[in-house]
Design a protein around this ligand. Sequence first.
Ligand SMILES: Cc1cc2nc3c(=O)[nH]c(=O)nc-3n(C[C@H](O)[C@H](O)[C@H](O)COP(=O)(O)OP(=O)(O)OC[C@H]3O[C@@H](n4cnc5c(N)ncnc54)[C@H](O)[C@@H]3O)c2cc1C
Length: 433
Amino acid sequence: MTVNTPASGAARVDALIIGAGPAGTTAATLLAQQGLTVWLVERDAFPRFRIGESLLPGGNAILKRLGIWDKMDDAGFLRKYGAEFVSSDGKSRVHNVFADGLIKDLDYAYQVERSRFDKLLLDNAVAAGAVLQQPCRVISVKERVGENEQNGWHVTLDNGTQRLEVETDWLLDASGRTAFLGRRLKLTEDEIPYPKRFAVYNHFHSVKRAPGPQGNNIIVTRLRDGWFWAIPLDEKKTSVGVVSTRKREEWKDPNFTPEVFFDNEVQRGEFLRELLENATPLDDFRVTADYTYSFSHFGGPRHLLLGDAACFIDPIFSSGVYIAMRSAEMAADAVLQARQEKRSLSAADTRRYTRRLKSNVRTMRRLIEVYYHQQGYAVFMSPTDRLQLFQAVNSIVAGNSKPGFAVSWRFRLFLLVCWLNRYFNMVPGQRLQ
Ligand SMILES: Cc1cc2nc3c(=O)[nH]c(=O)nc-3n(C[C@H](O)[C@H](O)[C@H](O)COP(=O)(O)OP(=O)(O)OC[C@H]3O[C@@H](n4cnc5c(N)ncnc54)[C@H](O)[C@@H]3O)c2cc1C
């Protein structure tokens, strides 16, 4: 749908948002609700496939603020009450029931087919007054400088038949892992000491499930070189994938296809073999490679980077969509504040935005590091009720990425125990398959 395309000359808007994923649509809705003229520019026609299907309860408050919480059940999304971490031989299991965490009101989230979830968010942004340009690609941006300082951006769009020129006061980059602005501006990136990882995934029919509500939970299994996920999407359809650090050179072998790789990984342990015993893939396998990164700084006087366009972390704990929407909320609030005071974002504003977003991400990264380290994984898979440590970890797994004192000291203690276990082997590591 294309709305309000100017016949000639440059259009003039308050805010232009690149990308209509969860970050872009969240920011568009919040800004349009406050009366800004917002152009939301999305290169793909919807509905379109997207990975990132398991939500966290931490994001529920944002869905409520956007006004779509009540539509989630009606849309047919499955309620997710927790996450199950299972060893590949099926012998050890940790069941994180969100309602048992230390933070109340984080009882459940949803498993969403992103083609439908993103469309719901998009329709909501348009209903709030955002003007949608779709399919339409942002192809270039140029800083617009006023008398003394930058006061906006000149943006060029391409909708396939014509180029559109737009003048905007604010530019929000929510282009996902394309990281349009970061790459265009050649922003510096943080050093992230992780090996290169890639994911191979597909939707499947007839993956085994536990009976009752527990069957709606995400299942995560640690493998020797990575991990495996199964996310129920509806009665029959399940999203299944493997993340691995195996050497990309193996992919040069023509016999080493994504299917072969996936099957080899599944055959490693009884648990996955049984889970997928009767399952059939519904599509071609997809591959996403080399995906962990973070720009050092997420904004400037008239722009901010949102969601994956700012940084991306391993999705073991399903934090991507929540962090994308949370960043959009923080970005929209920062823009509204500066606009109300008739000024640009100050260096302090953009530092605060960067610091807050990175701090949310860091909490999840600490958990990811524990999970990938064999001795940390051993502690993670042997939860203790002592001092309510497990409940605190449970709250982080539910997306409490900015924990208050009650969770944060327990989480720190848990991290300390994981670290000590590297040296004292208090909880013996498990053999990984
Ligand atoms: C293998 C894998 C598994 C994952 N699993 C989970 C999970 O279970 N749970 C979870 O929460 N997260 C998960 N994630 C992360 C999740 O996918 C992302 O964090 C989330 O989609 C980020 O949202 P976003 O709005 O920032 O970007 P996106 O959802 O990527 O949206 C960006 C949009 O920008 C558009 N765009 C790009 N460039 C342009 C341009 N130049 N002009 C116009 N439009 C443009 C794109 O078409 C796209 O629609 C997973 C990621 C991977 C790789």
